[in-house]
Write a protein that binds this ligand. Structure first.
Ligand SMILES: *Cc1c(COP(=O)(O)O)cnc(C)c1O
Length: 461
């Protein structure tokens, strides 16, 4: 009899990491700071205090290598953490690859994705600061669901602006948010100035993530008992997600594997940063020896591979600080691809900086290629991936196929950052042959960026 195959590498609850890792402590050069749109100067804590609690503002700028995870947060994390690491034996066999593929599965969380890893500490620190309500935006509904769950844990109200197109197309996510106690508005809404302005110019506007952010920020900024919570992009969000990579390091050590390639999908960069930063720490400590780290983005919203590295707003109305990032322009409206979480015009300043420094690579993939890989994954491993991580799965499959040609036994690690149980219409469209691919040419994208940048305030120096 052959040895039974080991599929899952599990950690006990008491092996869960008790601190988050801050990659800022180890970077060769610091990323450029966020700027105040009025003064063009770096934003200070007082500029952010209208919408964020001090503990999170401190985490946004800290250069301490580690931040302790509060006991109250660990207690909620343990509802689903540590999350399993799987060896994809059956996918490997179907491909006939000599590569070994591992995936860290975050779909076991209450929301079905990695997002509760940051929603829970954000709700905790806001509740601790005496805040009564959190506002936010959501696209596909993953972030809104995660924040509604987290708010329920700490007795906070949760008010969500959901991009109109998803609000209409994805009623199950709205129902899940409401089940967790959240209130959901379609965006654009007539509850905010930003929403009313958009409705006046286009009453049938499908909305966008950038506009929904404007609405949620506007409401939080005007209510002293309310704050705003962002599900990706910012340093403190990526910090909270590093619990993924810290666990994966422990799990791979248990089976004596060292990784050659890490691939992750990037919308705003949080699941990617969360998985890869602890590995980057080890790589920097080893003088650069370690895995290749590769971000995978949709060809229809290619901020890293085709965007410009520049200061831009995080939202449409220009309420956020200016962030130095790879951007397609703050009013870029990507095609309505099914991977809603990857439809963001910008990229986390940390991930953008790492890309500029040559510490990570990036590739773009079309949604048809990604769903093909997602379906193969479902048929072999038995998990239907969310549309977003099908990008990571597709890139892992690409590399595994290259290994067939070269004979290399590479170890590939990927983040399966969510399941697709509430995204089945997307699979339906793929299986019926109804998916359309759109890729932008460089000229169109450069025009979008140039137009957005002319609307920015002057930046001194
Ligand atoms: C939100 C989301 C993403 C995109 O956000 P990142 O910050 O880039 O991780 C990707 N996958 C899933 C399942 C999501 O919910």
């Amino acid at each position: 009899m052959p040895e039974p195959l080991r599929h899952k590498i599990l950690l006990d609850e008491d092996e869960m990491p008790t601190r988050w890792y801050n990659v800022l402590a180890d970077l060769p050069t610091p990323p450029p700071p966020p700027l105040h749109p009025g003064t063009g100067q770096p934003v200070g804590p007082e500029d952010l205090a209208a919408i964020f609690p001090m503990d999170l503002i401190a985490q946004e700028v800290t250069t301490e290598r580690y931040v302790d995870i509060p006991q109250e947060v660990q207690d909620v994390y343990r509802l689903w953490r540590p999350s399993p690491l799987f060896r994809a034996h059956r996918l490997e066999k179907a491909l006939g690859t000599p590569a070994r593929i591992y995936y860290k599965y975050e779909g076991v969380s209450p929301a079905g994705s990695h997002k509760p890893n940051t929603a829970v500490p954000q709700a905790y620190y806001n509740a601790k600061a005496g805040i009564r309500k959190l506002t936010t935006e959501t696209g596909a509904g993953q972030w809104g669901t995660s924040l509604a769950f987290a708010c329920a844990q700490f007795d906070l109200e949760c008010e969500v602006w959901q991009v109109r197109a998803s609000y209409d197309a994805k009623p199950y996510r709205r129902i899940m948010m409401e089940t967790f106690g959240g209130t959901v508005h379609p965006s654009p809404s007539d509850l905010t100035q930003a929403g009313r302005t958009m409705l006046a110019s286009d009453p049938a506007s499908p909305g966008s993530l950038g506009l929904a952010i404007s609405e949620a920020v506007e409401v939080a900024a005007q209510d002293p008992t309310a704050n705003y919570a962002l599900g990706s992009v910012l340093n403190h969000v990526l910090l909270h997600q590093t619990v993924i990579g810290e666990e994966a390091l422990l799990q791979l050590a248990k089976v004596g594997e060292s990784v050659d390639l890490i691939v992750g999908c990037t919308g705003g960069g949080s699941n990617f940063g969360g998985l890869t930063f602890p590995f980057l720490r080890e790589k920097l400590q080893a003088g650069g020896a370690g895995p290749v780290i590769r971000a995978v983005e949709p060809a229809s919203c290619p901020s890293l591979t085709q965007g410009t590295y520049a200061y831009d707003f995080g939202d449409v109305a220009g309420l956020t600080p200016l962030l130095k990032m790879h951007t397609l322009g703050h009013d870029f409206i990507p095609d309505p691809i099914h991977a809603g979480g990857l439809r963001y015009h910008g990229m986390s300043p940390l991930v953008s900086h790492l890309y500029e420094e040559g510490l990570i690579e990036a590739v773009a993939k079309t949604q048809k290629d990604c769903f093909a890989a997602g379906v193969l994954f479902a048929r072999t491993e038995g998990i239907v991936p969310a549309p977003e991580p099908t990008h990571a799965v597709a890139a892992a499959v690409d590399e595994a196929i290259r290994c067939i040609e070269t004979g290399e036994e590479k170890v590939i690690l990927t983040a399966l950052c969510g399941h697709g149980h509430l995204d089945l219409p997307a699979y339906d469209a793929y299986l019926r042959g109804d998916l359309v691919d759109h890729t932008w040419d460089d000229t169109e994208l450069q025009q979008s960026v140039a137009a957005a940048l002319t609307r920015l305030p002057a930046i001194p120096g």
